[in-house]
Design a binder for this molecule. Structure first.
Ligand code: ADP
Ligand code: MG
Length: 609
């Protein structure tokens, strides 16, 4: 039998390699920005058209290349940054694999102009799908300009997997931030479709953070500093009160390179523990400098993961540095633990003697009532007279009462049946569940999920009908967002307006709110909109929803989260009846169960296991 194994042609090998390195326009942006940084540029311009789908251009004033290097740079495994295996442990540059340009040229049309200071003429090279189409001398400025056009033009499957322009642009902005935040000495401009998105002058790190995230960060950030011989950890962390539900302002940099590091992230979270609500994340910008020999950046082709020789030590250092900052700002000592005032299911206070549970008067004690005077609820509870005749509680109810349930939820043949919800028969548990008696047992409703379903139905209807809702006027309030979020908000402003939000763009990332759907407190606005945007982005990434559905879903979800609070019986009844007139009372829009019924049978089983 004849031999059948062959070496793949370079163009094919490059296309396969490209699949790992260039996943989307943002990956090409990252590689080109990093090359410009490695070339020692002091000025970098990023130009994008159609979220990078038509054009990505990076212009730098760095070292430039010779004619031969210009040609070589597109070969696979061609790099000027390492020469031997040992160099891998002393990496100071961002690139080192020599794969990026070869990969990009395999799946796009590329035009490069480059010139070194000492050369009179520069080089122009054009490539398409790994083939060199043109190479000639040209007069151009010192440095390198690379245009990448029609990314994935020859890999239609890849191209069709690209998300909306908004989503792809968001990825590009993220990559831009990851470079700009740590290269504060470099001047950057960033254009998208002829509009300037960012213009950043060389500055201090803090000024850079502020230039990217907005002037409010001046007050939000505190300095972190730990410098030892082996390593320095410096940067900024957000004050606890600015911790947000939206992720995105968590940055670690090691030797000038952005990294993702869940373990180190955990050390920050731990330092903030008990200072912020558990579903929020603090902002941080942490710059680690250490001997390149103590880290391994060679794990992942896109190189956002880095391993430290001693993860535990750096974990401890970061946590200690943050605790120190929080301490210096008197944050740790002045925490006010917010004790839940409603129901306390915890252990009884010290000195409380546990008694026969029936040794109390059950008729007029209402655990939902606020304690009177300066006595705690539990003391009130104990000060009741002991009861006699408690056995009565266990007498079989008479037949009449048994057949006349106080609350009726329509079942199959009773769809039009009337509700008879009495406030005596609903109560709330843990500010989260509504329990009510129904024909077949005890119905337990998840308050938040119920609210989500009700709001979702309402919002979807409003958007579909384009029916403007009643707004509550607000004293104009300013809210500000990260640039990506601001861009997104801009895009869905029309729909938000229908839902009752009246927003006007004020600055690059700042909006003025003059109206909201009724029932939203002013103070909740910023976190609410952030929660909403986060949900919306997650839905873009994970689900294939149309804009209206996504909006209705995200908004109902983020508003519903607020709904776990104590409710008055009237409110509970209102919620239940709204729920059962919604389109699908059983499930939330994403398919979670909203209520369950605990039957007599269930209870019997629980008690007789
Ligand atoms: P790597 O960055 O891993 O070395 P690349 O494929 O990104 O691999 O680039 C290959 C080589 O081309 C680099 O090592 C560098 O010598 C050269 N190069 C790429 N971009 C530039 C640039 N903007 N300015 C100067 N040289 C560059
Ligand atoms: Mg590179």
């Amino acid at each position: 039998m004849a031999d059948i194994i062959q070496l793949l042609p370079d163009s094919v090998a490059n296309q396969i390699a490209a699949g790992e390195v260039i996943l989307r326009p943002a990956s090409a942006v990252k590689e080109l920005l990093e090359n410009a940084v490695d070339a020692g540029a002091t000025e970098i311009n990023l130009i994008i058209k159609d979220a990078g789908k038509t054009l990505i251009q990076v212009v730098d004033n760095g070292s430039g290349m010779t004619e031969r290097d210009a040609r070589m740079s597109f070969e696979r495994h061609a790099t000027s940054k390492i020469k031997q295996a040992n160099d891998l442990f002393a990496i100071r540059t961002l690139g080192f694999r020599g794969e990026a340009l070869a990969s990009i040229a395999a799946i796009a049309q590329v035009e490069m102009r480059t010139r070194r200071q000492e050369d009179e003429l520069g080089t122009l090279i054009e490539l398409e799908g790994s083939r060199v189409k043109k190479q000639e001398n040209c007069s151009c400025s010192v440095g390198t300009s690379i245009q990448v056009k029609n990314l994935f033009f020859n890999v239609p499957a890849r191209r069709s997997f690209l998300k909306t322009d908004t989503a792809e642009l968001k990825h590009i902005v993220d990559e831009f931030f990851r470079v700009a935040l740590v290269r504060n000495n470099i001047r950057f401009t960033f254009h998208q479709n002829q509009k300037i998105l960012y213009q950043l002058a060389p500055s201090t790190r803090k000024q850079r953070v502020i230039a990217l995230f907005g002037s409010s960060y001046q007050e939000r950030l505190m300095n972190v500093e730990h410098v030892s011989e082996a390593m320095s950890v410096t940067g900024f962390i957000g004050k606890p009160e600015f911790a947000r539900k939206t992720k995105g302002e968590q940055y670690f940099f090691v030797n000038g390179r952005y990294i993702r590091h869940p373990y180190l992230h955990h050390s920050v979270e731990k330092a903030y523990r008990e200072l912020i609500p558990h579903d929020t994340v603090p902002s941080y910008f942490i710059y680690i400098e250490t001997d390149p020999g103590t880290i391994d950046i060679n794990i992942h082709p896109t190189k956002t993961e880095v391993n430290f020789m001693d993860n535990k030590v750096i974990y401890a250092i970061i946590r200690a540095a943050i605790r120190q900052t929080l301490g210096l700002h008197n944050i740790i000592d002045t925490i006010n633990f917010d004790v839940e005032k409603s129901l306390d299911f915890g252990p009884p206070p010290p000195g409380y003697e546990v008694k026969n549970p029936f040794d109390i008067q059950p008729t007029d004690f209402n655990p939902f009532e606020q304690s009177r005077g300066n006595k705690t609820t539990i003391e009130n509870y104990r000060s009741r007279k002991p009861v006699t005749g408690w056995e009565k509680l266990f007498e079989k109810p008479d037949k009449e009462a048994d057949e006349q349930p106080a609350v009726l939820i329509p079942d199959e043949d009773e769809k039009t049946g009337e509700f008879q919800l009495l406030k005596e028969n609903v109560f709330q548990f843990h500010n989260r569940y509504i329990v009510s008696m129904v024909k077949t047992g005890l119905m337990v409703i998840d308050q938040q999920r119920a609210q989500e379903r009700i709001l979702y139905d309402r919002y979807l209807e409003q958007i579909r009908q384009q029916s403007q809702v009643v707004q509550q006027e607000l004293f104009p309030m300013q809210v500000s967002f990260s640039p990506g979020d601001a861009e997104l908000l801009n895009e869905i402003m029309g729909e938000l307006n229908i839902l009752g939000f009246h927003l006007n763009k004020l600055g690059q990332h700042t909006f003025v709110v003059t109206g909201t759907p009724s029932g939203i407190a002013e103070t909740d606005l910023q976190p609410l909109l952030e929660g909403f945007l986060q949900q919306y982005k997650r839905n873009i990434a994970d689900l294939d929803l149309d804009k209206s559905t996504n909006l209705a879903r995200s908004l109902s979800r983020s508003l519903a989260v607020k709904s776990n609070r104590r409710l008055h019986p009237e409110e509970m009844i209102h919620l239940i009846s709204e729920l059962f007139s919604s389109s699908v009372p059983e499930q939330t829009p994403d398919g979670k169960r909203i209520f369950t019924v605990i039957t007599q049978e269930n209870i019997y089983q629980l008690l007789n296991r």
